[in-house]
Ligand binder design. Structure first.
Ligand code: SAM
Length: 286
């Protein structure tokens, strides 16, 4: 069926039905976001213009988006950005799109900074930079270092930092975890790849085909990155420093054990908005 001669309202209905038939979780939302981006109309304007027939170039764009979506491409990869902590971040197929669950990591880091007056933060595996940029934007006076092993991710993170005018407060560079990192920090955060070999096979194609393998795969048991980071993190923390990790919802016990083995104290686990264990925090000393 052609979208030509259909009003915005009819196109929206058509896409909703189509995406629903494809079994997507949020067909109505997907349709709305794709139409809003293609037409550059706000949600309110889309309602006002509901009986208008879009211009040919808008129809062309909606068609292009629709064809990508029915091939399984996630909405954020199609439009090129994702919302996180109330702001938009550029994404691409070369970088993990930030997930709502990761906002819990930002909340915990901000709580810690507010409580202790921490001034320096290191992020390992920054991806789009959304986590560290959110922290920096929420807390004046904090400066950060953020590393990633992926050149593509670093390019996007630097771009996103530029959009929010915080490039001077975040030093981005390439490093495999601590390899080229120096100095010590008050807070070290990471959302490392943590999907086990078995779980990789269970991922939906929207994730496995459109987020980079290097941002997902955490080795045979999903814990490879935690082992490597926890083994060294103590040397990069200030005396009362804290390490805060995002974890897979079944990994709290295993990561707690790794932290205890390295002498970390006051270890606590926090849940995400869905009630799953999601973030673990541990202190170097009292
Ligand atoms: C799960 S993603 C998290 C991205 C971002 N921080 C977020 O929360 O949306 C993990 C990130 O770690 C990076 N990464 C994987 N292995 C790494 C390594 N050995 N050293 C540094 N970064 C690594 C990946 O490129 C990816 O950007």
């Amino acid at each position: 069926m052609s979208l030509e001669d259909l009003s915005y309202k009819s196109i929206r209905r058509f896409l909703l039905k189509l995406f629903d038939e494809h079994g997507y979780d949020t067909p109505g939302l997907d349709a709305k976001i794709l139409i809003m981006d293609a037409s550059q109309l706000s949600h309110a304007d889309l309602l006002v213009e509901s009986s208008t027939i879009p211009e040919t170039r808008v129809i062309k764009k909606i068609n292009e988006y629709m064809n990508k979506r029915i091939k399984g491409e996630p909405v954020d990869k199609i439009i090129g950005y994702k919302e996180f902590y109330g702001r938009k971040y550029k994404v691409s197929k070369n970088v993990l799109s930030p997930r709502p669950d990761t906002e819990t990591l930002v909340d915990l880091a901000l709580d810690e900074i507010n409580k202790s007056g921490s001034k320096t933060v290191l992020e390992l595996g920054t991806g789009t930079g959304s986590v560290i940029i959110s922290i920096i934007l929420e807390k004046k006076g904090v400066i950060a270092t953020a590393v990633d092993i992926s050149d593509d991710a670093l390019k996007i993170a630097k771009y996103n930092a530029g959009v929010y005018s915080v490039s001077k407060r975040i030093n981005f560079f390439k490093s495999s975890w601590f390899e080229t990192v120096s100095g010590t920090y008050d807070v070290i955060i990471s959302n490392p790849p943590y999907i086990s070999k078995m779980e990789m096979g269970l991922l939906s194609p929207e994730v496995s085909k459109f987020d980079p393998f290097i941002s997902l795969y955490g080795g045979e048991d999903g814990l490879a990155a935690y082992r490597e980071i926890i083994n060294k993190v103590g040397s990069y923390l200030n005396p009362k420093g804290v390490v805060i990790f995002e974890i897979g919802y079944l990994q709290a016990e295993a990561v707690t054990k790794l932290l205890l083995e390295e002498g970390f104290i006051n270890i606590s686990v926090s849940k995400d908005m869905s009630g799953n264990n999601r973030v673990i925090k541990a202190y170097k000393s009292k």
